[in-house]
Design a protein around this ligand. Structure first.
Ligand code: GTP
Ligand code: MG
Length: 393
C-alpha cells in the first residue's frame, strides 16, 4: 500500500499545497529489486527537494508502481481516483508528477483531480523562474516557459474550475488572454530579439574583461554538490550557497590568483539536474556560454551522494548538448568530510600523460584544497586551443 507519507512543511505563508507523485516504472529502474528501491527513493527525494525549491508546501508524497505509463492518465485509473480523493481531502492546490507528462495526460489528470497538475519539466521551469535574477536569466526562463506552454496550448485552462496564479503559472501563463498561439509566437520572437541584444552586450563585456589572456575555468556539476561553496572558498566571494537545488542561476566570474605567476578566471554556474528540459538548456545557452568557452571545466561531484556516478553522466549529457564535451575536465570529488576517516581518498589522480584528472576535497574542512590548487596550476599552464571569441578580433 502506498498511502500518503507525511512530509515536512515549509513555513512559507500561503504557499501552494503540493502532492507529489512518483511512479516506479520498469524502464526507469531496470535493475535488481533491492537496488531498484534505493534508486527510486533517491529520485523521489530529489523531487521533494525540487518541490521545496519551487517555494511550494509539500503536503504529501504518493509513491506507486507500474510496468509502464498509462497513455491517458500516466497512472492507473484506480490510482488516479485515489489521488483525486486525497487531493480533495487534504486540500491540494497542485499535484506534481516526477515525470514528463504528455499534454493529454496533463489535461486528463487535471479534469479528474480537479486541481492543477505539473510535470517535472514544468516544475524545473517554475524553479528557474523564481531564481533567475539577471535580466538575461529572466528573459531566458520566460522564453523557455513560453516554448513549453505553446506545446500545451491546445488544452486551454477552461477545464479547471478556479484559476489563480501559482507555481509554474507566474510569468507567461498568468493571463488567459495570452493562451492565444499567435500572441505567444509574437512574444517568443520578441524575447529572442531582446536576448540577442543582451548577448551581444555580454560578448563585448567578456572580450574587454579577458581578451583571451587568462585561462578560463568554469565550475560545473549537478545541483547542490558544492560549486558555489567552492567558488566562495577559492575567491573569497559571497555567492549564495544553500542546501537547496538551483541556488545559483546567474553566472558569476572572478579572477583567482593561484600563485605568484598564475591567475585564472573562475566562473560559477547553474547546477545541472536529470531531465533538464531541452528547451531550457537551449534558452540558457548564453549563461552556459561561459561554460562552453572555458579552457578547463572543474566538474564538482558530491562523492557522498548515492547516485554520484549517474549524476556525472547526467552532467556530461548536458555538456554535450552545449558543445562543451571536449573541454578538458578536472573531476573534483567534494564532501569527503562526510566519509568515514578510513575510506577518505586523497591526492591528485593523473591520466596517462600525467595531467591531473581528479582530486578529493572538502570545501567544509578545507582538506585537499592545496591539491586542487596544484592541479589547477598545472592545467592552467597547459596550452589550450582557444575559442575564436576569446581571442577577440
Ligand atoms: N559536508 C559538506 N557539505 C558541503 C561541502 N561543500 C558544500 N557543502 C554543502 O552543500 C550544500 C550545497 O552547496 P552549494 O555550494 O550551494 O552547491 P551548488 O553546487 O552551488 O548548488 P546549486 O547552485 O544549487 O547548483 C550546502 O548546504 C553546502 O553547505 C563539503 O565539503 N562538505
Ligand atoms: Mg550554486
Amino acid at each position: 500500500m502506498s498511502g500518503i507519507a507525511k512530509a515536512s512543511l515549509t513555513a512559507q505563508q500561503a504557499a501552494e499545497r503540493v502532492l507529489l507523485v512518483g511512479v516506479m516504472l520498469d524502464k526507469d529502474f531496470p535493475v535488481v529489486a533491492e537496488r531498484r528501491t534505493t534508486l527510486f527513493q533517491s529520485a523521489l527525494a530529489e523531487a521533494q527537494e525540487l518541490v521545496r525549491a519551487s517555494g511550494a508546501e509539500l503536503v504529501g508524497v504518493m509513491p506507486c508502481k507500474r510496468q509502464q505509463p498509462d497513455s491517458a492518465l500516466f497512472v492507473g485509473k484506480g490510482k488516479a481516483e485515489e489521488l483525486a480523493q486525497q487531493a480533495a481531502e487534504i486540500k491540494i492546490d497542485l499535484v506534481v508528477f516526477n515525470h514528463a507528462l504528455t499534454p493529454t495526460q496533463e489535461r486528463n489528470l487535471e479534469r479528474l483531480l480537479q486541481c492543477r497538475v505539473l510535470d517535472r519539466v514544468g516544475l524545473i521551469l517554475a524553479i528557474f523562474a523564481r531564481r533567475a535574477h539577471s535580466q538575461e536569466g529572466r528573459l531566458q526562463v520566460e522564453l523557455a516557459q513560453l516554448v513549453h506552454l505553446s506545446s500545451r496550448l491546445i488544452r486551454g485552462y477552461g477545464h479547471l474550475q478556479s484559476q489563480r496564479g501559482g507555481i509554474g503559472l507566474r510569468g507567461p501563463g498568468e493571463t488567459r488572454l495570452e493562451t492565444d498561439r499567435r500572441l505567444i509566437r509574437q512574444k517568443i520572437t520578441r524575447l529572442r530579439q531582446q536576448l540577442q541584444q543582451v548577448r551581444r552586450q555580454r560578448a563585448t563585456q567578456r572580450k574587454s574583461r579577458n581578451q583571451g589572456i587568462l585561462p578560463a575555468f568554469a565550475l560545473v556539476g549537478y545541483t547542490n554538490v558544492g560549486k558555489s561553496s567552492l567558488f566562495n572558498r577559492l575567491t573569497k566571494a559571497q555567492v549564495v550557497a544553500e542546501d537547496q537545488l538551483f541556488a545559483t542561476l546567474d553566472n558569476t566570474v572572478r579572477r583567482l590568483y593561484l600563485n605568484d605567476q598564475t591567475s585564472v578566471l573562475l566562473s560559477d554556474t547553474v547546477g545541472f539536474v536529470r531531465d533538464l528540459p531541452h528547451g531550457l538548456v537551449a534558452a540558457f545557452a548564453a549563461t552556459l556560454e561561459e561554460t562552453a568557452l572555458a579552457d578547463v571545466l572543474l566538474h564538482v561531484v558530491d562523492i557522498t551522494h548515492p547516485e554520484f556516478e549517474r549524476q556525472i553522466d547526467d552532467v556530461n549529457v548536458v555538456l554535450k548538448e552545449i558543445n562543451a564535451a571536449n573541454i578538458p575536465q578536472l573531476i573534483i570529488y567534494n564532501k569527503i568530510d562526510k566519509l568515514a576517516a578510513v575510506q577518505r581518498p586523497q591526492g591528485i589522480v593523473c591520466d596517462a600523460r600525467g595531467r591531473p584528472q581528479a582530486v578529493y576535497i572538502s570545501v567544509q574542512d578545507g582538506s585537499g584544497l592545496a591539491d586542487l590548487r596544484t592541479a589547477m596550476i598545472e592545467l592552467a599552464n597547459i596550452k589550450h586551443v582557444r575559442h575564436d571569441e576569446q581571442v577577440g578580433s
